[in-house]
Design a protein around this ligand. Structure first.
Ligand SMILES: [Zn+2]
Length: 95
């Protein structure tokens, strides 16, 4: 199932709070621009997934690219990881 596959990928991706660097983030709905929002359990700040490429570690980037190789679904990837399609497209071009 699609959902099960995404869940298995999710555990390998570590999102960090942009205020306190905690990894204890929970999804908190979508921003008006469609990006995923997160609520930090540690400091209570709400943050938005950053669209910058360097917001991801090399390891996370590999995982996302591997997911893309398997499914070739940019829409699914951007929805799951809160990553912009342009970012993923840029990575693919760099390969
Ligand atoms: Zn925090």
């Amino acid at each position: 199932m699609e959902v099960a596959w995404y869940s298995s990928i999710m555990v390998t991706i570590t999102l960090r709070c942009q205020y306190c660097q905690s990894t204890r983030l929970i999804r908190n709905g979508l921003a008006p621009d469609g990006r995923q929002r997160y609520l930090c359990h540690q400091c209570g700040q709400r943050s938005r997934e950053l669209p910058r490429t360097n917001a991801y570690t090399a390891e996370e980037r590999e995982t996302i690219l591997r997911a893309y190789d398997e499914r070739s679904s940019l829409r699914g990837l951007s929805r799951t990881f809160g990553i912009s399609r342009n970012t993923v497209t840029g990575w693919i071009k760099q390969k």
